[in-house]
Design a protein around this ligand. Structure first.
Ligand code: BGC
Length: 383
């Protein structure tokens, strides 16, 4: 905690900025710490980016107004020692120039759309292409690369932030002005809930998610191959070489993709399955057994054996992208000063299946005027 605070201030000072507290103070809310903000840095055009701090039930969260980024998420181990379990940077410049979506909110369409093309109500759309021939995480300037309006709240024993962003009609090629509200809530047990809401004025496609890179031993502590992972999914969506689903819902049984019983991430990561070779590890969407549900249901558990820290994920969404940090390559230096290498973190992104706008057999991601897109994912921590 102290280290992170110092490095944030050092980063701001290096950019010639005063790291003054500008927020609502640190008054204790019922059970939690009222969110407060400081200046984190400035964009090239002078726009200020703030870092919000909130805490509840043993969890400490820091969130940027840039991309709704979770810059730091601290949870205790079995001895009560806190560690930041989310990869990130200590300065805005790296978030702008180099981030592989560390901790960010992803939209308008999380994951990939083949060739960035789809047809909706008979009309063809070309959206921004930024991953070979495909569109990834909303295109060259997705929701992760915008400043969001942030509004703190306390409600009973909960503390949290409402984050607002309006994506105008045609932005990145998507139809319809999309009004997005994301709420981060920390409850008195330290659980972190994300609520996503969106409305549109024209038919569009939406798939919002959060891109936290987890390392439950602490960011910068090395590989996640010894983390144990369980995913409640009997099928996954195999992909082509561009990581676009083929449309098949393949059985995980008898393959390295079988995480129905908890196993170490590293156990089968070198099994040589063609799907792993082309993805350089795990980078696939698991078809959650429960399907779309009215309320969040448990879908995955991640456990780090040495610290005892656990993360349980519940969602109402039909899919979970498990990405084993394959493209981290030693070129990025994280919050605590360590270089991030391949497999130093993993992502568990609750969402609809990739390329759904082009896959009629996948659950629909179309949002129409008059409808409200509403989804929830809950992260529960233990040790
Ligand atoms: C994708 C990866 C991609 C990464 C970018 C993940 O959600 O599945 O293929 O490289 O995001 O950081």
């Amino acid at each position: 905690m102290e280290l992170n605070r110092r490095t944030v201030i050092a980063g701001a000072a290096a950019a010639g900025l005063a790291a003054t507290t500008l927020g609502t103070g640190t008054a204790e809310a019922a059970g939690g710490k009222t969110p407060s903000k400081k200046l984190f840095g400035k964009l090239a055009d002078g726009t200020k980016v703030y870092i919000w701090s909130l805490a509840n039930g043993g969890t400490k969260l820091k969130v940027l107004s840039w991309g709704g980024v979770v810059q730091s998420l601290e949870i205790p181990d079995r001895h009560g020692h806190l560690a930041n379990v989310s990869l990130g940077f200590d300065n805005i410049e790296d978030y702008v120039a180099k981030t592989p979506y560390f901790g960010a909110l992803i939209g308008r369409y999380g994951n990939r759309i083949g060739k960035g093309q789809f047809t909706l109500d008979g009309k063809s759309y070309q959206v921004s292409v930024n991953d070979g021939v495909n569109s990834l995480h909303g295109g060259t300037q997705g929701f992760d690369k915008h400043v969001w309006d942030v509004e703190p709240f306390t409600k009973g024993s909960d503390v949290g932030l409402h984050l607002h962003y309006t994506s105008i009609d045609g932005e990145m090629g998507y139809p319809g002005t999309l009004k997005v509200k994301v709420t981060y809530t920390l409850d008195k047990h330290g659980s972190w809930t994300i609520d996503y809401e969106a409305t549109t004025d024209k038919a569009t496609v939406v798939n919002l998610t959060s891109h936290v890179y987890w390392n439950l031993a602490g960011e910068g502590s090395g590989t996640i191959e010894d983390h144990e992972l369980q995913i409640a999914a009997a099928r996954y969506t195999p992909t082509d070489t561009g990581l676009i689903p083929t449309g098949e819902l393949a059985k995980v049984s008898g393959t390295p993709f079988d995480f129905r019983k908890s196993k170490a991430v590293g156990r089968d990561i070198r099994a040589g399955h063609v799907q792993q070779i082309q993805a350089k590890g795990f980078d696939h969407n698991w078809v959650l057994d429960k399907g779309i549900t009215a309320k969040p249901e448990h879908v995955a558990t991640l456990r780090e054996p040495r610290s005892g820290r656990t993360l349980k994920i519940a969602t109402d969404q039909p899919g979970l992208q498990f990405y084993s940090g394959n493209f981290l390559d030693g070129t990025l230096t994280g919050t605590g000063g360590s270089v991030y290498r391949q497999g130093d973190a993993l992502c568990l992104e609750t969402q609809h299946f990739p390329d759904s706008p082009n896959q009629p057999s996948f659950p629909t991601t179309t949002l129409r005027p008059g409808q409200t897109y509403r989804t929830r994912t809950v992260h529960t921590f233990g040790s």
